[in-house]
Write a new protein. Structure first.
Length: 404
């Protein structure tokens, strides 16, 4: 039986971050990954000259630890326009950031989506949350919806902007997510820019794995059992004894530690030859009972699709066992962007049951950080549900191992 100082279960972002620091400090480690790639929930599929991110995801330039940790020059981030395009059931409206998108100040200021009072409240919230940190927030946690009501935003603005924008991030329709996580996300979007790597979200975990000896990653091996004395049993009849075990991605359930609950999403990719105006903005659809948001990814990075427009569509919930009315979606796309239904072709579908962690009210009181006698739980559920949270959790785990 092989013996390894530290075994990391899962080659997601948190596991990779942990391993890269152990590599830097010349500590012995092995990552064991059940799939054939690094990245976990952050990844891309490269197929037929398309780049399909596994679920619509963005990186935020305001992430402090991640921006120090990643090779952002090599990743080559491509920016979305700040703000969004919102369809109110009749027509599109622009909601832009007047400070970072001044040329669209007029159209945003005079949009009928929000009152002048709502606009002032948004500016006040930007100012108040400019240096927000969850760990410094001693206020009572409430749901995001209750928090927005406490801030006296109008029902119309909550329905047409906050619901679709933040539901698309939280992947839940009711804004039951912790107000503290809302404040964290709002602060980051106010300071930073949403973006994607030039060649897909897969380049983020790839960037971290470049700091890791490839001989220290074992792919296509699933953890089956955790035995006495930290003996790990994997598929393909491999057993490894470890001094430290870092559990990521919910693998801690094998040692009877409660893992996170998750929100689900169905991600559809449609190709179209119809040109889409304002394609660098994320499009929101608060009045659509199926489509939450659409991103025209090639408008942000042409590498995603060289010939036509590639639409990434997010439908909230678990549709893995349900039929999706593709013809109805094509009809809606033609109504929104023009052309006929035949101009829109489905080219990829992802059903992602564990798309992001559920962070309901009081989540930050109940986070599953665990460090005990070489048993370490890492992952977004120990910090927060973001790429930054995953990287920070991996750094925390490596620090425990190095200093214990």
């Amino acid at each position: 039986m092989d013996r390894v100082e530290t075994v990391i279960i899962g080659a997601g972002v948190s596991g990779l971050a942990c391993a890269s620091i152990l590599e830097k400090h010349k500590k012995e480690y092995l990552i064991v990954e059940k799939t054939n790639r690094v990245g976990g929930r952050v990844g891309s599929i490269y197929e037929n000259d398309y780049i399909f991110d596994v679920g619509f995801q963005v990186y935020n330039t305001a992430y402090k630890e991640s921006s120090r940790f990643l090779d952002l020059k090599n990743i080559d981030l491509q920016l979305f326009k700040p703000g969004s395009i919102i369809h109110d059931g009749t027509k599109f409206h622009m909601v832009s950031d007047p400070f970072r998108d001044p040329k669209n100040l007029f159209s945003s200021l005079f949009s009928s989506l929000s009152s002048f009072s709502d606009k002032l409240k948004v500016l006040l919230l930007i100012f108040e949350l400019s240096n927000y940190r969850i760990e410094n927030d001693i206020s009572s946690d409430v749901t995001t919806l209750d928090y927005l009501k406490q801030r006296k935003f109008s029902e119309k603005f909550i329905e047409l902007f906050f619901y679709p924008f933040f539901s698309g991030i939280f992947l839940e329709k009711d804004l039951n997510t912790s107000s503290k996580f809302f404040k964290y996300v709002f602060s980051n979007f106010s300071k930073g820019m949403a973006c994607i790597p030039k060649n897909g979200m897969q380049k983020i975990p790839d960037s971290i794995s470049n700091n890791i000896n490839e001989k220290n990653i074992l792919f296509d091996h699933a953890l089956i059992k955790v035995g006495d004395s930290k003996v790990l049993s994997f598929s393909n009849n491999i057993n490894i004894k470890a001094d430290n075990i870092v559990f990521t991605g919910g693998s801690e359930k094998l040692i009877k530690i409660k893992s996170a609950e998750y929100n689900s999403v169905c991600n559809l990719y449609f190709e179209t030859d119809i040109d889409i105006v304002n394609g660098k903005y994320i499009h929101l659809f608060p009045k659509d009972d199926l489509i939450n948001n659409i991103a025209i990814l090639n408008k942000v990075s042409p590498s995603y699709c060289a010939s036509n427009n590639l639409l990434s569509i997010s439908i909230l919930g678990d549709y893995s066992t349900l039929d999706i009315p593709f013809n109805a979606i094509k009809k809606r796309l033609s109504n929104y962007f023009g052309g006929s239904e035949s101009n829109y072709d489905l080219v990829k579908r992802f059903d992602i049951k564990r798309a992001t962690i559920n962070q309901n009210k009081d989540f930050f009181k109940q986070r599953n950080s665990f460090y005990d006698d070489g048993i370490i739980v890492s992952g977004q559920n120990t910090v927060n549900g973001s790429i930054e949270g995953a990287i920070c959790s991996g750094l925390n785990a490596s620090n425990y191992i190095i200093t214990k």
